[in-house]
Write a protein that binds this ligand. Structure first.
Ligand SMILES: O=C(O)CCC(=O)C(=O)O
Ligand SMILES: [Fe+2]
Length: 309
């Protein structure tokens, strides 16, 4: 068995102090409805109790078989982000792997790599000031991304880790009163504060017409696991519908902070030829900007997803 069991008698005392008052909250390791079965076609090494696992024994230069794909799919639902090391793959092989998960996104704002479906994040000393923040990718779309495959084509000598947070664990561990408050609420997600910042007004108006702000549930149901996940993020979620500005903003800031709680996170240190595959419906992520003045180049392929409900 590769599974860990969590001692649910353990309370995160420090953690409760950091959040608003509520009853005892526990980390739940297994998502509801997932099968507790071992993996047989590769080795899966969990990196913590709730999120992140390293996969050994899969070669991404080749098309993965339907059987391996099915086990990877189960692992992705269970661990939300999978890491593969020592994968010397080309952009074409990365595209092929990503295509096995669905239709690929062509991002309308971010710089392209070797293909229209590849987003290239190239950062060096000149990019200082453009630090990252916690987010789910393209939550401003009516149908946000299902997930993404990320490869670093240039790894800084130190720093540049990426962190992911389990938004199912974040939801599960909210005080009951907060859960009751937020269930049924919807929020507006808008690309404008992030990608519209330096756009000339005419272009901005055109893009806003093309990609109008989306209204999504604050708590979404994962379409495959049925699990509830907290679905607001600080770079795209602008307001909660039906609450006055002050109350809505306070609640949003509180909900945004949940992704920052270390117990929900995994942190990945990139090496040459490392690959990450994440479930964007269940997580947020954050690329740490601690490698200046060194260069870091990341190439992401995002897979189209469904409308949150
Ligand atoms: O560069 C990274 O580690 C992640 C950047 C990012 O936010 C993404 O690929 O969606
Ligand atoms: Fe991202």
């Amino acid at each position: 068995m590769t599974q860990l069991t969590v001692d649910t008698s353990r309370q995160f005392d420090l953690f409760s102090k950091r959040t608003i008052q509520g009853g005892p909250r526990f980390l739940q390791r297994l998502a509801d409805g997932l099968e507790d079965r071992p993996y047989t076609l590769f080795t899966l090494k969990p990196l913590g109790p709730v999120i992140g696992a390293e996969i050994e024994g899969v070669d991404l230069r080749e098309q993965v078989s339907p059987e391996v794909k099915a086990e990877l799919h189960r692992a992705l639902l269970e661990w939300k982000v999978l890491f593969f090391r020592n994968q010397d793959i080309t952009s074409e092989q990365q595209l092929n792997f990503a295509r096995q998960w669905g239709e690929l996104e062509n991002h309308p704002f971010l710089p392209k790599g070797a293909a229209a479906e590849i987003t290239r994040f190239e950062k060096d000393a000149n990019m200082k000031g453009q630090e990252n923040n916690w987010h789910t990718d393209v939550s401003w779309r009516l149908e946000p991304s299902l997930g993404a495959v990320l490869r670093l084509s240039e790894v800084p000598p130190q720093g540049g880790d990426t962190l992911w947070a389990d938004m199912g664990a974040a939801y599960d561990n909210l005080p009951e009163a907060v859960k009751e408050r937020i269930n049924g609420l919807t929020a507006i997600h808008d690309f404008t504060p992030t990608f519209g910042r330096n756009m000339p007004p005419e272009l901005l108006a055109q893009k806003q017409a093309e990609f109008p702000a989306a209204e999504h549930p604050v708590v979404r149901t994962h379409p495959e696991t049925g699990r509830k996940t907290l679905f607001v993020n600080p770079i795209f979620t602008t307001r909660i519908i039906g609450l006055d500005e002050e109350e809505g903003e306070k609640l949003l800031q509180y909900l945004f902070r949940q992704a920052e709680i270390p117990e929900y996170q995994v942190r990945f240190n990139w090496e040459k030829n490392s690959i990450a595959l994440w479930d964007n419906r269940a997580t947020q992520h954050y690329a740490s900007s601690d490698y200046y003045p060194n260069r870091r180049v990341a190439e992401r392929i995002s897979i189209l997803g469904d409308r949150p409900y």
